[in-house]
Design a protein around this ligand. Structure first.
Ligand SMILES: *Cc1c(COP(=O)(O)O)cnc(C)c1O
Length: 369
């Protein structure tokens, strides 16, 4: 978006959407910027420039976050067959890696706060270290600088899934990551209307390999989706600052509530490390467990008027779900993952307290009804 001054009268104030399956061409297509629409599109590239600018890196966008991680596994898995993936991160990435088991990828879910165990596993053969911080949905913070040091000593590519924080709050490439995967579906686009993903890296070879896999794998972004994400990213810094403030305030409300057994939020579980890695805020998510397990958690989610029930997160409207309703999710049965939007905090607080009272009933001190 910031490329070139574009000051001449008549220039559109917003970039166009290039809806084209092919671009006019004759002769050797390798010499042309655009020929067939699966290989390149100016609207994706506009988004990639913006994403690259946020991390001082090169970005490749894909049809979804999982399409991005799949391409990365195909490239890194050529030389590194052991996937040391965080055992409490996004369950979809672990399920996806299972698809590559018949082709020789070994799935090794590991606790990324247990450096001794990681050191042992890294020593057993060429591995990929795949972290996520804060993790979805438990919001545990991984020490990215320390993990990158470990990975480097063992020649392991170090991947960080930065979806929950986004590049506005955390820059893993500066902390030693080789590449960053982001589901742009969530906070990055921020308006719950797009499925999209990206990989950013400062390694030119990896960047080229990813583009080749995207072209031949075919999981390309749609130009309209790319445009919507570009539009969303313009306000990312503002949105995520407000969302982070709301989430941190709601974490304090939850921690003080008698019906709440546990609150998972970086401000509570690991404030020092989180404050160092994410000085501008901890993102939109806060997870918690209530007395009464899964049934009580379902009542909480059903008891709100403002906070919307549903999966995904990072949108401008608050939403939540009981996470273990998804098969394959390793979160506790009663864990609720709340995504704070940009609504006024007082409205959110009132809605949260109403829902908790709804779930607790009179026996747990709530007002009943
Ligand atoms: C949602 C999510 C993904 C997958 O992204 P999609 O856009 O849904 O394919 C990957 N990692 C994390 C942490 C996520 O939350």
């Amino acid at each position: 978006m910031q490329e070139g001054p574009a000051q001449s009268p008549g220039t559109p104030s917003s970039p166009p959407i290039h809806l084209a399956s092919f671009f006019l061409s004759q002769g050797d297509p390798s010499a042309m910027a655009y020929a067939y629409g699966r290989a390149g599109n100016p609207t994706w590239e506009e988004l990639e420039r913006e994403l690259g600018r946020l991390e001082d890196a090169q970005a490749t966008t894909f049809a979804s976050g999982l399409a991005a991680s799949f391409a990365l596994l195909l490239v890194l898995g050529r030389t590194h067959r052991r996937l040391l993936i965080a055992d409490d991160g996004y369950y979809g990435t672990r399920k996806q890696a299972g698809l590559l088991a018949p082709f020789g990828l070994e799935l090794l879910p590991t606790d990324h706060t247990d450096f001794g165990a990681l050191e042992r596993e890294l020593g057993r053969g060429p591995s990929i270290l795949w972290s996520e911080s804060p993790t979805n949905p438990r919001l545990r913070v991984h020490d990215l600088e320390r993990l990158s040091g470990l990975a480097r000593r063992h020649g392991a590519p170090f991947v960080v899934d930065n979806t929950t924080a986004t590049a506005a709050l955390q820059r893993p490439l500066d902390l030693g990551a080789d590449c960053v995967v982001t589901s742009l579906t969530k906070s990055a686009s921020g308006h719950s209307d797009v499925i999209l993903g990206s990989v950013t890296t400062r390694d030119g070879k990896l960047h080229q390999a990813l583009r080749e896999v995207r072209n031949l794998g075919g999981a390309i972004p749609g130009p309209l989706e790319a445009w919507l994400a570009l539009r969303g990213i313009r306000t990312l810094a503002l949105r995520i600052e407000r969302q982070s403030q709301n989430a941190s305030a709601l974490a304090r409300v939850l921690a003080a509530h008698p019906a709440v057994l546990a609150v998972h939020h970086p401000s509570i579980t690991d404030p020092k490390l989180a404050g160092r890695q994410m000085p501008r805020g901890f993102g939109p998510l806060v997870s918690f467990e209530v007395q009464g397990g899964a049934a009580a958690a379902d009542r909480v989610v059903g008891g709100a008027r403002l906070i919307r029930p549903g999966t995904s997160f990072g949108g401008v409207e608050s939403s939540w779900e009981r996470r273990a309703r998804w098969a394959g999710e390793s979160a506790p049965e009663g864990l609720v993952r709340l995504s704070a939007g940009i609504e006024p905090l007082e409205e959110l607080r009132a809605d949260l307290l109403r829902a908790l009272a709804h779930a607790a009933g009179p026996q747990l001190g709530g007002p009943g009804a």
